[in-house]
Ligand binder design. Structure first.
Ligand code: ADP
Length: 577
């Protein structure tokens, strides 16, 4: 958990390594030093205990011997009998403290009272000790051992016997009163009063000696241990730091610098690591990647250069194309215009000739004049179409917007086309929905589109068929006009093609009816000029429905669309549903 948190810290790798390894080294050395530290404490303790226990044993033996000889034990042993270690008067001699003494504040020390309390509460315990610091700064050691009642004690210490302190004990009956580990308290025999007291805690023997290891010595030992740990830790951290820096951090830094240079865009840089380990492999892999990257970049640059060149050439040829297209449109417009004037006079004079009352034609001449008139009319249609197309492509077709009643427009159109329809006994049926409003559009252009739709429908419908002209609202902002016929229909793959210039469907019907293949292309451009959409729905054999959707009012951007559309390669396809 803590490792993870350190791992996430925003620190350099070197700082993280130092932090983690430093902590690990301190922990390991502390754990390693804990054992000798403990052992040292134990040894001090054992030395003190052994010495104090020997003194205690001697004191008890002296006590028993003194009473068995009838000599009461002196409270303070004479200097000759004092143990060598008690070289100062300030140390208390070994003392046997009875329970009554222990109860008195004057005859016992605080330690004695605590010891008696301890043995009373824990009869199985065989010693009570304390290491303490004396006023002069030295260390002292106090030990208390329990004294249990034995038969030999009873002779003197039984209640009711002679004064306990002076009662003589016969030598022969003297049983060992002192033995460690002490015999567990014996269940008292029932026969006599004295024996019922056996095994009872009589008191303690209390020893107070200077600690066998001086405080300074102990402190010195601690300082030695601590210094050894510190030295070992510092050395370990330094060595680890050097190893990490040399083996890990330095190659990582080299790799990092290389990566930074690459990020700045320098692909010629290479990392140079010769450590013979994984870092060298990593460096080699990085260098290979860089070489590949450089190679790819060079290739890409070459390709880009090529592409730039091609793009330049293309834009040049595009400009040339646009220019020649403009010239072509201009030429077409001029030529069409120039052709129309003589053609109109040819048609006019042919008409005059046929209707002139003074001129008499035989049947043959009548047919010739008829041919001149019909071929001339076809040529005029073609020239008009070409002129329209040229105007649209040159962006010179102007939109004149005015309010228009679609019902009136359809009525007029039907009137114009009635003779053609009647020639094939076709029924023209305009139907305008009641909610269709007056719209704002260019009537002439809309009429031209609808005329084209209707004349095609008349051309391709079988005799006696019906042609519907349906107008209805489409949404809030548009109207939809459908011209539905019962002709041969158009295959789905042709439905887009017929809106292109000079495109006609192969087939006997088209051949029979002639035409230029320009009508729908012009219609598409005109509808776009009006801001609408054009399309056809048809199933071959089941007639066709040519439709347009027009906005209720033309938006200003629609003219721009037509201008854009006039540029080469930028034509928009009609929409089909
Ligand atoms: P044109 O009629 O002068 O050939 P258009 O652009 O008006 O040129 O029509 C292109 C072609 O689309 C026609 O030649 C014809 O093959 C097909 N077409 C147009 N209208 C219909 C229709 N109502 N039914 C079947 N085919 C049609």
């Amino acid at each position: 958990m803590m490792l993870k948190q350190i791992h996430r810290l925003r620190l350099s790798l070197a700082a993280k390594c130092q932090l983690l390894f430093g902590a690990a080294v301190i922990l390991i050395i502390a754990a390693a030093l804990f054992v000798p530290w403990q052992r040292m404490e134990q040894l001090t303790q054992q030395l003190n205990e052994r010495t104090a226990a020997a003194l205690a044993r001697a004191a008890v033996t002296d006590h028993v011997r003194a009473y068995s000889l009838g000599k009461p034990q002196p409270t303070v042993p004479p200097p000759s009998t004092r143990p060598a270690i008690l070289d100062s008067q300030s140390w208390l001699p070994p003392r046997l403290v009875g329970l009554e003494d222990a109860a008195s504040m004057t005859a016992s020390t605080h330690f004695d009272r605590r010891a008696v309390q301890h043995f009373s509460q824990e009869p199985a315990s065989d010693s009570y000790f304390k290491l303490y610091r004396r006023d002069d700064g030295s260390l002292g050691y106090r030990l208390a051992k329990p004294l249990y009642n034995t038969e030999s004690c009873v002779a003197c210490h039984a209640p009711g016997s002679a004064a306990a302190s002076t009662a003589p004990i016969r030598v022969g009956q003297a049983a060992p009163v002192w033995a460690w580990p002490p015999a567990p308290p014996v269940a008292p025999p029932r026969q006599s009063v004295a024996t019922t007291q056996a095994g009872r805690l009589l008191g303690i023997v209390s020893i107070d000696i200077p600690s066998q290891i001086e405080a300074n010595q102990l402190l010195l030992n601690h300082i030695f241990l601590f210094s050894a740990g510190l030295l070992a830790g510092t050395l370990a951290i330094i060595v680890l730091y050097l190893i990490i820096t040399q083996l890990i951090l330095q190659p990582v830094r080299v790799l990092q610098e290389t990566a930074e240079k690459v990020a700045e865009g320098d692909l010629n840089i290479r990392s140079d690591i010769n450590s013979g380990d994984e870092f060298e492999q990593l460096s080699q892999t990085l260098n290979t990647m860089l070489s590949n990257l450089k190679e790819g970049e060079d290739q890409l640059r070459a390709l880009n250069k090529n592409l730039d060149l091609k793009l330049e050439q293309m834009s040049e040829s595009n400009v040339a194309l646009y220019e020649s297209n403009r010239l072509k449109s201009e030429f077409l417009a001029n030529v069409s215009h120039e052709l129309r004037t003589p053609l109109n006079s040819i048609l006019g004079f042919a008409e005059l000739l046929r209707e002139s009352p003074g001129v008499r034609f035989d049947a043959k001449c009548e047919r010739y004049v008829g041919n001149i008139l019909s071929s001339g009319a076809n040529l005029l249609d073609l020239i008009n179409d070409l002129l329209d197309l040229a105007k649209i492509e040159a962006g010179k077709m102007e939109v004149r917007c005015e309010p228009l009643s679609l019902a009136d427009l359809l009525e007029g159109l039907c009137g114009i086309l009635k003779p053609l329809a009647e020639a094939k006994r076709l029924e023209l049926e305009p139907r305008v929905a009641a909610d269709v409003p007056i719209i704002q559009t260019d009537p002439a252009k809309l009429q031209q589109v609808l005329y084209n739709f209707l004349s095609n429908a008349i051309k391709f419908s079988p005799e006696g068929a019906m042609i519907d002209l349906i107008v209805r609202r489409q949404g809030e902002q548009a109207v939809r006009l459908d011209v539905v016929d019962q002709g041969p229909g158009i295959a789905s793959e042709q439905q887009e093609v017929i809106f292109e210039k000079f495109r006609q469907i192969d087939g006997s019907a088209t051949r029979r009816h002639g035409g230029t293949g320009l009508g729908l292309a012009i219609s598409r451009d005109l509808v776009q000029l009006l801001g609408g959409q054009i399309g056809v729905n048809s199933t071959p054999g089941a007639g066709a429905t040519f439709w347009i959707v027009l906005p209720l009012r033309i938006e200003s951007s629609s003219q721009d669309v037509s201008k854009r559309n006039s540029r080469p390669g930028d034509t928009q396809r009609p929409a089909h549903t």
